[in-house]
Design a protein around this ligand. Structure first.
Ligand code: CNA
Length: 274
């Protein structure tokens, strides 16, 4: 592993002002206790029987939500931010920011753990939205997170947040299947994709588009590092000579990378004090 990571370590420590982009998914948060979608046995999709869904993805399908919002809100209860703490890998991203190497982190996650680890807004693109803001799915009126949570907790009234104006269902601004991604995602990627020295792709099965197409759009002169238990996406379909594969536990790879870069103490300090 250490030998494999050498080109990555050289880029991080020897190159002048390297530009690092992190592209990540649910796998970076499994160690925080949040299940991913597709890991066999532990993933959400294999544990959704209790929601009686016609198919697993229905829980994040906007048309299904219109008919049966209960399934999403049962899951939202489990995933709602505030219950979880960042992992070592989240702090590794923060370390990249502190060392002024981070150009951007594009995350598919809705758990906001990048923010909680101290990564600043300007560096984060929440490609699939987050729980930070909420809107009525009919009239688009905004609802504060406090009010959303209050209505979620009001089980006597059903626990499904409803719009004060039109009584439509309200949902957090998480991008469901059938909805578009935020403009910020496309705007920033247009520029960022041309200015990358190292792309760290971590904790994603690279199956949800358009996010899954990002690694293929990283220019040929950049190094791509995949940290994931499975070999997937463009790393499998169109491997490049300079690709680095770390098909191991994400937090362990983060620790190894920090050690090889001489940042072990910095990472430990962030984990212990943030
Ligand atoms: P996914 O399809 O579930 O893939 C996760 C990947 O991570 C898999 O390839 C796993 O093998 C891998 N993995 C899991 N744990 C580890 C680990 N400890 N070390 C190494 N590899 C690991 O998830 P994607 O993100 O690719 O799918 C996109 C969906 C998932 C997005 O729309 C998210 O909104 C959605 N999601 C987000 C969260 C969250 O916010 N934490 C949780 C569950 C699902």
């Amino acid at each position: 592993m250490e030998q494999k990571l050498q080109s990555v370590v050289n880029t991080l420590t020897k190159k002048k002002k390297p530009r690092v982009v992190v592209l990540c998914g649910a796998g970076i948060s499994t160690k925080a206790g949040i299940p991913d979608f597709r890991s066999p046995e532990t993933g959400l999709y294999s544990n959704l029987q209790k929601l009686s869904l016609p198919y697993a993805e229905a829980v994040f399908d906007i048309e299904y939500f219109r008919k049966k919002p209960q399934a999403f809100y049962t899951l939202a209860e489990e995933l709602y931010p505030g219950k979880f703490s960042p992992t070592k890998f989240h702090y590794f991203i923060r370390l990249l920011q502190d060392k002024q190497l981070l150009k951007r982190v594009y995350t598919q996650n809705i758990d906001t753990l990048e923010r909680i680890a101290g990564v600043k807004d300007e560096y984060i693109v929440e490609a699939h939205g987050s729980f930070a803001t909420n809107h009525c799915i009919d009239c688009r009126a905004e609802m504060s997170s406090e009010e959303l949570k209050r209505q979620m907790d009001d089980k006597a009234s059903g626990g499904i947040p409803r719009c004060a104006k039109c009584k439509g269902y309200v949902k957090p601004d998480i991008v469901f299947f059938g909805e578009g991604l935020p403009a910020r995602f496309f705007d920033l990627w247009d520029d960022d994709s041309e200015e990358i020295d190292l792309a760290i792709v971590a904790g994603t099965s690279l199956t949800v588009y358009p996010f899954a197409s990002l690694p293929a759009e990283v220019e040929a002169n950049a190094i791509r590092l995949l940290i994931n238990k499975e070999h997937c996406g463009d790393f499998k379909q169109n491997p490049r000579k300079t690709d680095v594969l770390a098909l191991e536990d994400i937090d362990e790879v983060a620790e190894t990378l920090a050690r090889l870069c001489g940042w072990e103490d910095d990472l430990r300090r962030l984990v212990e004090t943030t």
